[in-house]
Design a protein around this ligand. Structure first.
Ligand code: FEO
Length: 183
C-alpha cells in the first residue's frame, strides 16, 4: 500500500525550502555576530533571536515532510556571503533575503495548487502569513535606519537605534490583524 502522501516534486521542493530556511538562519547568525563585533548589541540581540525563528521554520517543514510519510534530506547549507558594510547595508540585505524567501514560498504554494495537494497548500499558508510579517519587520528596520540617516547615520543616531532594537518585538503586526478595538 502506498503510504507516501507527498509527490516527489513537492518532496524535493520542501526539502530545498528546509535548506533555504537553514541558510536564512546562517545569514541572521552571521549578521548578529558582525553587529556584536561592531558594538551594536541591541541589533545583535534582535538578529540572534531571529536566527532561532528561521531554524524553527526549518524544523516545521522537516516535521511536515516526515508526517506525510516522505523522506527528509538534510544537506549542506550555503554560506551567508560577505558581512554587511554598515547597518543600512545589513537591513537592506535582510529585506532582500526575506523577499527572496517569499518567492520560494509562493512557488511551493503554486506547485501544491497545481497538484491539488490541499494539505500542503494549507500547511504553506502559515508560511505565507509568516513571510508577510517578516517583510513588514524588515521594512520597519529599513525605515528606522532611513530616519537615522541611512548609510550616513551618525554614531548618536546608531546608538539610539541600537537601544531601540533591543526592545523591538520579534513579530510585526499585520494589517489583516488590525481592528477598531485592536488598532
Ligand atoms: Fe523563514 Fe525569514 O523566513
Amino acid at each position: 500500500m502506498e503510504t507516501i502522501r507527498l509527490s516527489s516534486s513537492l518532496t524535493e521542493a520542501l526539502n530545498q525550502q528546509m535548506t533555504n530556511e537553514a541558510a536564512n538562519a546562517q545569514i541572521y547568525l552571521a549578521y548578529a555576530s558582525w553587529a556584536t563585533d561592531k558594538g551594536y548589541d541591541g541589533i545583535a540581540n534582535f538578529l540572534f533571536r531571529h536566527a532561532n525563528e528561521e531554524r524553527n521554520h526549518m524544523m516545521k517543514i522537516l516535521e511536515y515532510i516526515l508526517k506525510r510519510g516522505a523522506k527528509v534530506k538534510v544537506t549542506e547549507i550555503p554560506a551567508p556571503g560577505p558581512d554587511p558594510v554598515n547597518v543600512n547595508d545589513c537591513f537592506e540585505k535582510i529585506f532582500k533575503s526575506e523577499v527572496d524567501n517569499t518567492k520560494n514560498i509562493y512557488s511551493i504554494v503554486d506547485m501544491s495548487m497545481e497538484e491539488r495537494d490541499w494539505a500542503t497548500w494549507n500547511f504553506m499558508q502559515w508560511f505565507v502569513k509568516e513571510q508577510t510579517e517578516e517583510e513588514t519587520l524588515a521594512l520597519d528596520l529599513l525605515s528606522k535606519i532611513k530616519v537615522a540617516g541611512g548609510a550616513k547615520a551618525n554614531d548618536d543616531a546608531l546608538y539610539t537605534l541600537d537601544r531601540d532594537l533591543e526592545k523591538t518585538p520579534d513579530n510585526a503586526k499585520l494589517a489583516q490583524d488590525v481592528s477598531v478595538e485592536n488598532p
